[in-house]
Design a protein around this ligand. Structure first.
Ligand code: FUB
Ligand code: ZN
Length: 704
């Protein structure tokens, strides 16, 4: 067994005071969490009902009836078939029926998880009481054997775990575990954790190599990483074993999903029924969608549903970290490399196609047809953070930062009141309304979604941002993301308290002070962002100042105080209260072109500065963004950076020398003449802030 040598710093030991992330966390606390609570209770007018709390209430009533010896409720059979159940008469839903998507329970688990993280930053007895009440209801809905998925509790437990491919029970278990561990760690209250353990124990009894145990695995991954988390929280090995079992089984032959589908068919049509051809013969490619087309250790390309994929890779990384298994780690690294070299948007999003909400083929990164689900960028950040726990390498933190500052945050409006599920890189609202191929692309954020996976996912990652900023081992603290915060690290019997002040992502200076120091040595490791060209560190120690600088070409010499490794600056030794470090990362505008294999971006450039990717909007540039091109003479140094306030938020805006082609007059096809252009200034705002000023065109990649 490997050891738990690097892990995120406990959120209770981090206080975020950052003007950027602190504001996002406040939005989650003040807007998203209360709003989501209303949504879970179907009290948001104009939004599709969630049915989430309705389902828990129905299941809890049934459990109570069962305990009292009453007759079990029998649901109509149709509910087994669909992915989503809707009442025949929406005005009069059956109080005992399950409604909504099969995974609707997860909305509440994610809400509880976000509440837990929020409570670590902002104690709130009222909110905690609300969550305690919700937890009571969840626990009341738990079946006597520990099973806890309202869809099957309501519709018939004889069918539990018979459709792992589609029906998300293990996904619900995974989210329940994540929420339960977070809540226990934040509040010290174990009620939900005990319920999650009972569900996990039941899963341990159902799945495994033993006789009579199912050999299956989740159709929608997350249970793998959740079980690892449960193992780390409780020390109970059986949870790690089950996570490993799920990974070991995935994609092996005979294919489990094919087997269970045949069994379902025979159950429904009689055991002597003739199987239709599609069920008799299946091909591995049938299971690409859920990354079950081959054993995980053989996988090298990120494929299938992008959220499922990111969660799987995160679980693989977790298990590889704990077991030290090389083969599994190598698979993680191959897949990582594949994502960042062929399948990653410049906004940190992944998932090029609407078809199956999936990764597309290499270099297929369409801008106006992008899927780039908010949850998929979150999953990528999960994967990156887990790779950092194995090997602190800048390449992981760079991508994590890109995803967090761009696609993840674009998922939420600046006022925290509406959300994107899909995050395109180019929008023409008319096309969204008129072209069914772009039906998945919304030009403005939505209040809520029937399938509301993204907003609560966003709430949980934003409220736990500290766990992405810092990881630690016994004697080292890694700073991966720079944000105003105060972090306390245990070192032996003492503590190191680091106060961080910065105006990231707008300025590349980070001022840090040691507010308390242990007697023993503690290494501080600072990420040197891949986007910075050179930089310097001023290290003030015991009244003596030392300046270390590095250039784009490489670091200065290592010595006993500092060294450079894998994109991190390591500073060693014993610290004293009052010591400090000032880091300066030049934050210059970069003009970026894509590999020529990305056909969509040929002849175009994108603009980035620090971790931020920029986009042009109609609100600043007028219509017809496709007729604007960056002036051919333009180089990064010609771009002006202006700090502005947009919707009450400070943000950098770029002013870029450009040309605007005048719209053509005449017919559809005319003899070619060089375009008539006028000089223009292109204004670009941070991508995460787009679509906050009504409906309009948007583009990240601009012709040059
Ligand atoms: O299937 C559960 C969640 O709903 C997925 O992660 C999202 O992509 C959405 O399909
Ligand atoms: Zn989502």
């Amino acid at each position: 067994m490997g050891s738990k040598s690097i892990c995120p710093v406990d959120l209770k030991r981090i206080k975020i005071s950052d003007s950027f992330w602190g504001r996002e966390q406040e939005l989650v606390r003040r807007e998203v969490i209360p709003y989501q609570w209303e949504a879970l209770n179907d009290r948001v007018s104009g939004a599709a009902p969630s049915w989430c709390m309705h389902n828990f209430r129905a299941a809890a009533r049934l459990v109570k009836k069962k305990k009292a010896g009453g007759v079990a409720f029998k649901a109509p059979e149709y509910t087994f078939r669909g992915f989503e159940a809707v009442p025949e008469d929406p005005a009069h839903p059956d109080p005992d029926a399950f409604y909504g998507f099969v995974f609707q329970d997860t909305d509440l688990s994610k809400w509880i998880e976000a509440v837990a993280y929020t409570l670590t930053q902002h104690p709130d007895p009222e909110l905690e009481k609300l969550a305690d009440g919700a937890i009571d209801l969840v626990c009341a809905a738990q079946w006597e054997n520990g099973y806890l998925d309202t869809y099957y509790i309501i519709n018939g437990l004889d069918r539990a775990f018979t459709n792992l491919r589609d029906h998300h029970e293990l996904y619900c278990m995974g989210h329940l575990i994540e929420g339960a561990v977070a809540y226990a760690q934040a509040t010290g209250k174990r009620k939900l954790l005990d319920a999650a353990c009972r569900f996990a124990d039941y899963a341990v009894s159902c799945f495994g190599p033993g006789e009579g145990q199912k050999k299956g695995y989740p159709g929608h991954e997350i249970a793998e990483m959740a079980l690892v988390r449960l193992y780390e929280a409780t020390g109970h090995e059986q949870y790690l074993d089950l996570a490993k079992f799920f990974l070991d089984q995935r994609g092996t032959e005979p294919h489990y999903f094919a087997q269970e589908e045949r069994e379902r068919y025979l159950w429904e049509h009689g055991k002597n029924a003739l199987l239709p051809p599609g069920l008799r013969e299946t091909r591995p490619s049938d299971y690409i969608y859920s990354q079950a087309h081959m054993p995980v250790r053989e996988q090298a390309e990120a494929v299938g549903h992008a959220v499922r994929a990111g969660y799987l890779y995160s679980g693989m990384a977790d298990v590889a970290r704990l077991t030290g298994e090389r083969e599994l780690l190598d698979a993680c690294k191959r897949i990582w490399k594949n994502i960042v070299s062929e399948k990653l948007y410049i906004t940190g999003g992944v998932g090029g196609t609407n078809y199956g909400e999936s990764f597309s083929y290499p270099y297929d990164l369409p801008n106006n047809l992008a899927y780039s689900e908010t949850c998929a960028a979150i999953a990528l950040a999960f994967f990156a953070r887990r790779m950092l726990e194995i090997e602190p390498r800048r390449e992981y933190a760079d991508v994590m930062e890109l995803a967090l500052y761009n696609t993840v945050l674009a998922g939420m409006a600046l006022d925290g009141k509406s959300f994107f599920y899909v995050n395109p890189l180019e929008v023409d609202p008319a096309a969204c309304h008129l072209d069914p191929r772009k039906g998945h692309v919304q030009p403005v954020r939505q209040k809520w979604f029937g399938c509301a996976c993204c907003p609560p996912n966003l709430a949980r990652i934003v409220s736990s941002i500290g766990a992405y900023a810092y990881t630690e081992s016994a004697d080292t603290l890694w700073v991966h993301l720079y944000m105003g915060s105060r972090v306390t690290k245990r070192v032996g019997d003492g503590e190191l308290v680091l106060q961080v002040k910065t105006e990231f992502p707008w300025e590349g200076t980070v001022q840090m002070e040691i507010e308390a120091a242990p007697e023993t040595a503690c290494t501080l490791a600072f990420r040197i962002p891949g986007w910075s060209r050179g930089g310097r560190a001023e290290i003030l120690r015991a009244g003596e100042s030392r300046i270390v600088s590095w250039t784009d070409a490489g670091p200065s010499e290592d010595d006993s105080l500092v060294s450079f490794r894998d994109g991190y600056l390591y500073v060693y030794g014993v610290w004293q209260t009052g010591d400090g470090i000032r880091l300066t990362f030049p934050m210059e505008v970069r003009m970026v072109s894509a590999n020529t294999r990305v056909r969509e971006d040929a002849g175009k450039v994108a603009f980035t500065r620090g971790p931020i990717t920029f986009c042009a909007e109609e609100a600043d540039n007028g219509k017809n963004l496709h007729l604007i091109r960056v002036a051919p003479i333009c180089r990064p140094e010609h771009v002006k950076v202006e700090m502005t306030e947009t919707l009450g938020r400070p943000m950098a805006v770029l002013k870029i020398p450009a040309k605007r082609q005048l719209p053509s007059v005449g017919g559809l096809y005319i003899d070619y003449t060089p375009p008539v252009e006028e000089g223009a200034t292109l204004t670009m705002i941070p991508y995460y802030a787009w679509a906050n000023r009504g409906e309009g065109e948007m583009a990240v990649w601009i012709r040059i």
